[in-house]
Design a protein around this ligand. Structure first.
Ligand code: APR
Ligand code: PHB
Length: 390
């Protein structure tokens, strides 16, 4: 079997890359180690930057997004028992974010790929990458006990943090930067109306809390928890009680509780691998970087990576120019590090750290007070949250 680009991973990065390459007339195949339902069952953040929406529009996969997605002009920061609205649309002269679950983005991309009858192999086992230092790389995998080999021009490693692609690079050819946070997020999904029209990010002495949503009838809530916690220790009632302790009185009055339809604990990490290109292998999305979810950047960074990569590959095939692929890593990492900084900063001002002493708590409070009282600080938060330009 042969193709121009072999894509490893059918998450948002791999699927969006596949559709962009198809739009540019570049043949590609996706190898995914899980089945379709498993990929769709993963619950992830659902805040889309306008750039991400634009890419989905470019590949004709934005119809349901525009029908069902919620446009948000702002967010609220809660601290000191009060809520403060950040008018991001005003601060960025018109930019907004769209609330639309990552699961739905993935579903729409999968449906589009199937409709176009593009090649995707689910349950692909033992994927291995070969000769990506040459101009004839190959990918091997097994399916139903049969081994296969794909000859290709390029390999796109879109296989996430635990994927095989980054692990296939020699240790001395890659440098990693990491910060593991000393807490986790306990998240709950419930068929209940959101507590407020926009997202609420709360800094409380008991810990961070976030009120988010998937639609007008489905809500997503998080509370900061210990890394020693196990989800079985958290009954729904215990979760709702803790959430109420961290919210302002008005939010508590409006909170509609209900049975969890999903509940899980996720660790928080900042991670970047440099570079993002190794000969004919390119890393994109979580395969190359991880952000704490506080800034809702994970999906959006996957989108900007594959925008840069697809544009570079179009240039390679269309104009016989290697300029784009040679510049891919630098260009992608420039935007990745700005999102890493923003995500780290949002996490640092909103969470209680083990070493958050009285002084640190006052500094956090001063940071938050400055944020909500300064147009310049509000604009800085807003332009990062809605998404920096590509
Ligand atoms: N072979 C084939 N597929 C693999 C392999 C492998 N060895 N290892 C992992 N995969 C698949 C996973 O099953 C998953 O479907 O690669 C896909 C990677 O998808 P994501 O982890 O979602 O990563 P990405 O597409 O970069 O999207 C980033 O997803 O995890 C969230 O918070 C993250 O919002 C961000 C977004
Ligand atoms: C979510 O809805 O899951 C969500 C929203 C915003 C974040 C993180 C998660 O910053």
């Amino acid at each position: 079997m042969a193709t121009q680009v072999a894509i490893i991973g059918a998450g948002p990065a791999g699927l969006l890359l596949g559709q962009l390459l198809h739009a540019y007339g570049i043949d590609n195949i996706i190898l995914e180690r899980k089945d379709r339902d498993y990929v769709l069952a993963r619950i992830r953040a659902g805040v889309l930057e306008q750039g991400t929406v634009g890419l989905l529009e470019e590949v004709g996969v934005a119809e349901r997004l525009h029908r069902e997605g919620l446009i948000h002009d702002g967010i609220e920061l809660a601290f000191g028992g009060e809520r403060h609205r950040i008018d991001m649309k005003k601060a960025t002269r018109g930019k907004t974010v769209t609330i639309y679950g990552q699961t739905e983005v993935t579903r729409d991309l999968m449906d589009a790929r199937d409709k176009a009858q593009l090649k995707i192999v689910y349950d692909a086992e033992d994927v291995s990458l070969h000769d990506f230092g040459s101009d004839r790389p190959r990918v091997r995998y097994a399916k139903d006990g049969v081994s296969h080999e794909i000859a290709c021009d390029f390999i796109a490693g879109c296989d996430g943090f635990h994927g095989v692609s980054r692990q296939s690079v020699k240790a001395d050819a890659i440098k990693v930067f990491e910060r593991v946070y000393p807490f986790g997020w306990l998240g709950i999904l419930s068929e209940t109306p959101p507590v407020s029209p926009e997202l609420i990010y709360a800094n409380h002495e008991r810990g961070f809390a976030l009120c988010s949503m998937r639609s007008h009838t489905r809500s997503r809530y998080y509370v900061q928890c210990s890394l020693d916690d196990h989800v079985d220790q958290w009954s729904d009632d215990k979760f709702w009680d803790e959430l109420k302790r961290r919210l302002d009185p008005e939010a508590v009055d409006h909170l509609v509780t209900g049975p969890s339809i999903e509940k899980s604990i996720a660790p928080l990490r900042s991670f970047v691998a440099e570079p993002m290109r190794f000969g004919r292998l390119f890393l994109a999305g979580d395969a190359a970087h991880i952000v704490p979810p506080t800034g809702a950047k994970g999906l959006n960074l996957a989108a900007s990576d594959v925008h840069y990569l697809a544009t570079a590959l179009r240039e390679f095939y269309g104009e016989k120019s290697s300029a784009g692929i040679d510049d891919y890593s630098r260009r992608a990492l420039t935007r990745v590090w700005k999102a890493e900084r923003f995500s780290w900063w949002m996490t640092s001002i909103l969470h209680r750290f083990p070493d958050t002493d009285a002084f640190s708590a006052r500094i956090q409070n001063a940071e938050l007070n400055y944020l909500v009282s300064s147009n310049a600080a509000t604009a800085a938060l807003s332009e990062n949250y809605v998404g920096l330009p590509y």
